[in-house]
Design a protein around this ligand. Structure first.
Ligand code: FAD
Ligand code: SF4
Length: 463
């Protein structure tokens, strides 16, 4: 049979319609489309795709199960390595991981591995009841997990399956971490995240929300009640540029803007209590996924014109290509090779314009990307009413400050052993963004899984 050269297209909402609503952009494969796409996989004896996957999912095996129409088994195959397939199938940067390595991709478009992962995960989620595995007898050991993002959820899911009692402490009133407060509904529907959390709860994990470790309870309190602790508190502290005018009304961190919109459902105000104020012209500073999410959220809220302001060129934009493409299709404007130097306000203290400078690219810097250099005398201003800073985020110092015996590096991230994810304090493990700095869902989930394995071994040796 001749090989189909192109990846099977995923049905999507049309740009002119989707930019007016918060529903998911990509609609997912039908069974027919999934079978066509699965048929493109060569079932390579030495599959390179697996090498590209941070958690080494047996990709040809799960695609083979799709070919046999065994969709639940295919999802179970993925779950052997990744507990969050419906989420990762949607937001993993597959184009830089498994798909970039796909052997079919040498001559044609690679297999749509992420789209197939999403298909089988959604298939299982759509069934009335999820298969709950038989759990081993209780060990009597108690585990505390701090944070309910992908790192914490994965660690919790793995440890409950070993027979331990697991309690997750979450600062917010809702679980899911960035999956619920950061990534917007139109990329990752919250009911998909909730179903994955419900599954972990059905396994027996207890979730205690609105518990800020370092304030409501200290690590020392947890040490008394639990045999081991996992720190999965993420990197949620927003960075600002340090330029004049960042304290004006109308300047948000992307974190605040997205939290209002996603977690607090401000896009449904006044049906939900939290408002979100934005002007006719919105500038988003930054070029990563967070910037694209903020810009596309502002557009959907009703902003007239939305600009991405980024200091390098389009080639260096760190966001996923798919998200940049979607943003362009929806009419987001890109002010590239441009860097703000000041935000200027009106007499009432509200943002009225950005003063910026044009940039050119020099030699690559330590990040491997070409260094942006300001072009002298090229300053210019443009009118905006809202500015959203999406230039990155770092470690929130609360836990480190209240548990100073746990070692951190100079950026405040916990230092762990590479093999076990254990910190310098025996029995305290850490993983996800709070160790690596802002990274990806699958890397956080992978760290949670690695830590869970080592925590289980630690618990079994403990007495
Ligand atoms: P988080 O998801 O940050 O979860 C940490 C949790 O800990 C939070 O719920 C927080 O409330 C809680 N917490 C913090 N401090 C405390 C405390 N003291 N006590 C109790 N709880 C606490 N990655 C991708 O792979 N693909 C994408 O498309 C993508 N898009 C993104 C878009 C946005 C807007 C953002 C912000 C990130 C995006 N990422 C993406 C990155 C990805 O979401 C993160 O790398 C990942 O969520 C990190 O997981 P984590 O479990 O380490 O932390
Ligand atoms: Fe299939 Fe590509 Fe993996 Fe080969 S490398 S097994 S074609 S997904």
């Amino acid at each position: 049979m001749a090989i189909i050269k192109e990846k099977t297209k995923i049905p999507e909402q049309k740009p002119e319609i989707r930019k007016t609503n918060f529903n998911e952009v990509a609609l997912g494969y039908t069974e027919e489309l999934a079978l066509i796409e699965a048929s493109r996989c060569l079932n390579c004896p030495k599959p390179k795709c697996v090498e590209g996957c941070p958690v080494e999912i047996d990709i040809p095996a799960f695609i083979n199960l799709i070919k046999e129409k065994k969709y639940i088994e295919a999802n179970q195959k993925i779950k052997e390595k990744n507990s969050l397939p419906a989420i990762c199938g949607r937001v993993c940067p597959q184009e830089d991981q498994c798909e970039i390595k796909c052997i079919l991709g040498i001559n044609f478009e690679p297999v749509g591995i992420g789209r197939l992962e999403r298909f089988v995960a959604d298939y299982e989620l759509a069934q009335d009841s999820m298969e709950i595995p038989e759990l081993p007898p209780k060990t009597g050991k108690r585990v505390a997990i701090i944070g309910s993002g992908p790192a914490g959820l994965t660690a919790a899911g793995e440890l409950i399956k070993q027979g331990h009692d697991v309690v997750v402490f979450e600062a917010l009133h809702k679980c899911g971490g960035v999956l619920v407060y950061g990534i917007p509904e139109f990329r990752l529907p919250k009911d998909v995240v909730q179903k994955e959390i419900d599954y972990i709860a059905q396994l027996g994990v207890e979730f205690r929300t609105s518990k800020i470790i370092g304030k409501t309870l200290l690590i020392d309190d947890l040490k008394e009640e639990f045999d081991t602790i996992f720190l999965g508190n993420g990197a949620g502290l927003p960075y600002f540029m340090g330029i004049p005018g960042e304290n004006l009304n109308g300047v948000y961190s992307a974190n605040e803007f997205l939290t209002r919109a996603n977690l607090m459902k401000a896009y449904l105000f006044p049906e939900f209590d939290t408002p979100i104020k934005y002007g006719e012209k919105v500038a988003v500073v930054g070029g990563g996924n967070v910037a694209m999410d903020s810009a596309r959220t502002a557009l959907r809220l009703g902003a007239g014109k939305v600009f991405i302001v980024y200091r390098r060129s389009r080639t260096e934009l760190p966001a996923r290509e798919e998200e940049i493409h979607h943003a362009e299709e929806e009419g987001i404007n890109f002010n590239l090779l441009t860097n703000p130097v000041e935000i200027i306000g009106d007499e009432d203290g509200w943002v009225k314009e950005i003063k910026a400078i044009r940039m050119k690219l020099g030699e690559p810097d330590s990040s491997g990307r070409r260094r942006p250099i300001p072009i002298e005398g090229s300053e210019f201003s443009f009118k905006v009413n809202t500015v959203i800073m999406a230039i990155g985020q770092g470690a929130n110092p609360l836990i480190a400050a209240t548990a100073p015996d746990i070692e951190t590096n100079k950026w405040g991230y916990f230092i762990v052993d590479d093999e076990t994810q254990m910190t310098n304090v025996p029995g305290i493990f850490a993983g996800g963004d709070i160790v690596t700095g802002a990274a990806t869902v699958i890397l956080a989930a992978g760290a949670g899984k690695k830590a869970a394995k080592a925590m289980h071994e630690y618990l079994m040796k403990k007495d």
